[in-house]
Design a protein around this ligand. Structure first.
Ligand code: ZN
Ligand code: ZN
Length: 258
């Protein structure tokens, strides 16, 4: 079955498009919504809010499937509204999604043919691409954390080197302050912030491409949770806390507690 506009614009949580294997699922439609008139975005949010109210009207120990879907739809409404106010981020997610959807499949075509394209595509609709993106988001943010260790490592090295080569005496604190000042400035040059932008774009794309984030631990943990401070509202974070196990939402918990 070929990929259709129904899959690209999908808002239901059950798409099984074997044409794209889920790689084109939903995200283009949501990006279009981010540049649509505010009334269209408000209608999308209102539908999610209404579904949440209906699903949570009766108190039950476990949220229903419809309630879970409504909570993640509210998170998507937050992402779409945030994108609407951040045009550069729309371009970044679009560029990333277009590049992956356009250029990755031809690169893996020989593997797909060798293992049966139809069977591979069908298996991929089972949260493959969103998982892949969510894993990239986590690994890249780990790399970013390593990057944050850079000034400390540089300071250690420069102090050891000056001592080894008996360079002119300079107080350690001055050398350390110089390293930290340089690092601060380096991070402000125009192209330094790109890793942050990339990580955020990967997270957003993973959420938008996922047909049912409420059933996808990696998307919740690696993407929805870290988006909680900047992109996802407090009200939505509270909904997410009701549908996901607390240990999946470490950052959300911290944000809500502060
Ligand atoms: Zn499709
Ligand atoms: Zn998924």
């Amino acid at each position: 079955m070929a990929h259709t506009s129904g899959c690209a614009e999908a808002q239901k949580h059950k798409c099984v498009c074997g044409g794209c294997g889920g790689l084109e699922h939903g995200w283009r439609g949501h990006l279009r919504l981010a540049v649509a008139p505010p009334a269209d975005r408000a209608a999308f949010r209102a539908r999610a809010d209404a579904a949440w109210s209906t699903a949570t009207r009766r108190k039950r120990p476990e949220p229903s499937e419809r309630g879970k879907a409504a909570a993640t739809d509210t998170a998507i409404a937050d992402i779409v509204d945030w994108l609407a106010a951040n045009g550069r981020a729309i371009e970044q997610v679009e560029e990333l999604g277009t590049a992956i959807a356009g250029e990755a499949p031809p690169l893996l075509a020989p593997e797909l043919e060798a293992h049966g394209r139809t069977a591979c595509m069908k298996a991929m609709t089972d949260h493959f691409w969103c998982e892949l993106l969510a894993c990239f988001a986590r690994v890249l943010s780990d790399v970013k954390e390593q990057l944050d260790l850079a000034p400390g490592l540089v300071a250690r090295e420069i102090l050891a080197s000056r001592q080894a080569y008996k360079r002119s005496l300079l107080a350690d604190t001055v050398a350390r302050a110089a390293v930290h000042a340089t690092w601060e400035v380096v991070q402000r040059v125009s192209f330094a912030a790109r890793l942050d932008d990339l990580i955020r774009a990967v997270r957003i794309l993973a959420v938008l491409i996922c047909k049912a984030p409420e059933h996808h631990a990696a998307v919740a943990r690696n993407c929805l949770d870290p988006l909680s401070g900047e992109v996802i509202s407090t009200a939505t974070q509270e909904r997410l806390m009701q549908i996901f196990p607390a240990e999946w939402l470490q950052e959300t918990r911290t944000t809500l507690a502060s």
